[in-house]
Design a protein around this ligand. Structure first.
Ligand SMILES: [Zn+2]
Length: 388
């Protein structure tokens, strides 16, 4: 198999003209994170060389190509923050020649996704779309993943056996996951480890294989060393919590002098009020006790760090049961909670009247994204597929 050149959008694709899911990977959505592309090449090579039977189609894509060429996170705009309605509308209203370098990449990816989604596989159309968005971190980290809190995301996510972060996807606006989850697809952002660590490519590779198996693209036994891939992820994530949920984001602005204190690592336990970083105004302390997530040790970006708490797996079982029984129909009976007419995915909340702890109840039903409009506060959830 000849792989297309290093600048092509499509790294490679593989199918056996059999019906099944469309399994997509994106590597290098951030240009200083090329490990996911290398991992996808390894998987494509093995699929081809060993003629491994695959249900559906596997397509590996490159993210931000100009940023990859320069080894920088982005050129002008973070390509993982531009997938919101305003930027997508901007693409439609603007001539392509007026796109900035990262916006041109957004346009290219949107077009490629649209074409791939409708292209048949053999005589079949796709039963399911699964996206694995492959990233790496600026500091040392065990591998982990983020997903929108939908029922359909859970089986593939938990099959990867690395810590699952809930609520991070919802805390960031305009991510690729945002775009795919809103369309009801299965979408996972997998963070394989530190940018330059060779183990990161190994973890990305294992995540692709395990994802293909969990999505139903591979039958068990199709890859002789699948057990090794699973063990690789399990070992890399040893000692880390199974599930955490994000409760606080410390956002930063250019020029505010944010500097993370040295020595913090992902998932490290922090005490309330512990000093974590500094900026122009002085020390920045933890607002709650829990685990630190994604301490930022690179110049670019607008997330300083996140704080999270561990979630006991029983709560996921409870939450799946509540959602399948559509008990969200009764949430508006809680004090300070109101329905939004004609919109079952949003609830309006009066913060003065709402019960303490209502946010935890909302989380069980997947209402994690917080919005503010002229009339007050809203919680939004991603579309669940109740048969998942
Ligand atoms: Zn990234």
């Amino acid at each position: 198999m000849s792989l297309p050149s290093e600048t092509n959008r499509v790294v490679g694709r593989y199918d056996c003209s059999l019906g099944g899911p469309l399994f997509l990977t994106v590597g290098g959505l951030h240009g200083n994170e090329p490990a996911g592309i290398e991992a996808a090449k390894r998987v494509l090579r093995r699929l081809e060389e060993e003629s491994i039977p695959l249900q559906g189609r596997f397509v590996a894509l490159r993210g931000n190509r100009p940023a990859l060429a320069l080894g920088t996170r982005f050129i002008e705009r973070d390509l993982n923050r531009v997938w919101g309605p305003r930027d997508l509308l901007g693409l439609e209203e603007r001539e392509a020649e007026l796109d900035g370098p990262d916006e041109a990449e957004l346009r290219g990816l949107v077009q490629v996704f649209a074409a791939l989604l409708v292209e048949p596989c053999g005589t079949a159309s796709f039963e399911e779309v699964v996206l694995l968005d492959l990233h790496s971190t600026s500091g040392p980290s065990t591998p982990f993943l983020c997903m929108a809190d939908t029922l359909q995301n859970r089986p593939v996510s938990f099959a990867l056996q690395v810590p699952v972060i809930l609520g991070l996807e919802e805390a960031l606006a305009g991510t690729l996951l945002d775009y795919m989850s809103e369309a009801g697809h299965i979408a996972i952002a997998f963070e394989g480890g530190e940018h330059t660590d060779p183990d990161t490519v190994d973890c990305h590779e294992a995540a692709i294989w395990c994802g293909l198996l969990a999505a139903g693209c591979l039958k068990s036994g199709a890859l002789p060393d699948m057990g090794l891939m699973q063990t690789r992820l399990r070992k890399a994530a040893k000692g880390a919590p199974a599930i955490v949920e994000v409760l606080h984001r410390h956002g930063t602005n250019p020029g505010d002098g944010f500097v993370m204190d040295a020595g913090w690592s992902n998932f490290q336990v922090v005490g309330s009020n512990e000093v974590l970083a500094t900026d122009g105004k002085g020390e920045i302390r933890a607002t709650l006790s829990g685990r630190l997530l994604l301490p930022r040790y690179q110049a670019k970006g607008d997330d300083g760090f996140f704080l999270s708490r561990d979630v006991r797996p029983i709560w996921l079982t409870v939450s799946a049961w509540l959602r399948r029984n559509e008990l969200d129909r009764f949430l508006h009976l809680l004090p300070g909670v109101q329905r939004v007419e004609g919109d079952s995915r949003r609830l309006r909340i009066n913060r003065r009247r709402a019960l303490f702890g209502v946010r935890q109840i909302f989380h069980l039903f997947g209402f994690r994204r917080f919005e503010e409009d002229a009339t007050g506060y809203l919680f939004l959830r991603r579309p669940d597929r109740l048969d998942s």
